[in-house]
Design a protein around this ligand. Structure first.
Ligand code: ZN
Length: 303
């Protein structure tokens, strides 16, 4: 069974809705070096892209609550839209999952500084049937080691909700980049050992720090989403993962719409292509292909 643990829910249901919307704000740095960022994708686009996988985890990211004192981490025009707030984000994800219940597993997003955060976690698990949480300390501009975040982690651990955290670099100018550094997850995992955590994107370009964390914590994993289109980073991080014996802690994910599950799978046998003519050590492709078939739902307690 192939599980894509990292896909983003389109905000737009239909093509007409997408085309009527204003253009998205500029973020300053494109997600990928090889093509422009996708925008205005729809629910149908998501479902079509998930054709090659058996199940996909889908989510979006909740903006900061109204009146929050920190600069918005997501919209560079500084406007937090109603559609970006946790309730609307979670309603949208739940709607998409209801349309494709056999394939999709929905994760909520919440904001740790939202005074109603625990109520929204209850609503999203109870009324909406969402089964995990997506957080992005950089996009949401929160301190992962602060008290606000700790109460979300504590409740997630209690409810058995896995958390997928964006980790790694970010184009968001006014959010502290250090808040998305994977070394902090060591302390979180030590304090909440039953909490299942996924380090998104293997925390690129801090994969070496991420592997130090997934190596020591049985319930911390990393996904391989959004890595393959930077061939040197892709190779070096997976070679380091080989040498540190953590290939078995990697989960398959695409980061759709930034990359598709099909291209992420297709890239795996090519991980060593850049070594041609050198004596550099290879990544064992058969072990890496095992990531695609890994029992991610079992690992995350979602089966
Ligand atoms: Zn993502």
């Amino acid at each position: 069974m192939i599980i894509d643990v990292h896909t983003h829910a389109p905000r737009f249901r239909t093509r007409a809705e997408a085309e009527a919307a204003p253009p998205p704000p500029e973020t300053g740095a494109p997600m990928r070096p090889d093509r422009p960022d996708p925008s205005r994708v729809t629910w149908d686009d998501h479902v079509a892209a998930m054709g090659p996988v058996d199940r996909a985890i889908v989510f979006n990211i909740a903006a900061q609550p109204p009146g929050d004192p920190h600069k918005p981490g997501m919209a560079s025009d500084g406007i937090v839209r109603r559609t970006d707030l946790a309730q609307a984000v979670n309603d949208n994800v739940a709607g998409l999952v209801r349309a494709h219940p056999a394939k999709l597993i929905g994760f909520m997003s919440v904001h740790p500084r939202d005074p109603h955060v625990l109520d929204e976690m209850d609503r999203a698990t109870g009324d909406l049937g969402l089964r995990g949480i997506k957080l992005g300390p950089n996009y949401q501009n929160f301190d992962p080691l602060g008290d606000d975040a700790a109460r979300v982690f504590a409740r997630a651990e209690e409810l058995g909700l896995p958390i997928l955290m964006h980790q790694g670099t970010s184009p968001v100018q006014f959010a502290d980049l250090d808040w998305a550094h994977p070394r902090h997850l060591d302390r979180i995992a030590t304090r909440f050992p039953e909490l299942r955590l996924i380090i998104a994107h293997f925390a690129h370009p801090w994969q070496v720090d991420a592997l130090a964390v997934i190596r020591k914590h049985p319930n911390v994993w990393a996904d391989i989403s959004a890595l393959h289109y930077r061939p040197w980073s892709y190779y070096t991080s997976l070679r380091l993962a080989t040498e540190w014996s953590v290939l078995h802690k990697l989960l398959f994910g695409s980061d759709w719409p930034v990359a598709s599950p099909q291209e992420t799978m297709d890239a795996i046998p090519h991980v060593n292509d850049i070594l041609e003519g050198t004596r550099l050590p290879r990544v064992p492709v058969d072990e890496l292909l095992a990531v695609v078939e890994r029992d991610a739902l079992g690992a995350l307690g979602l089966d």
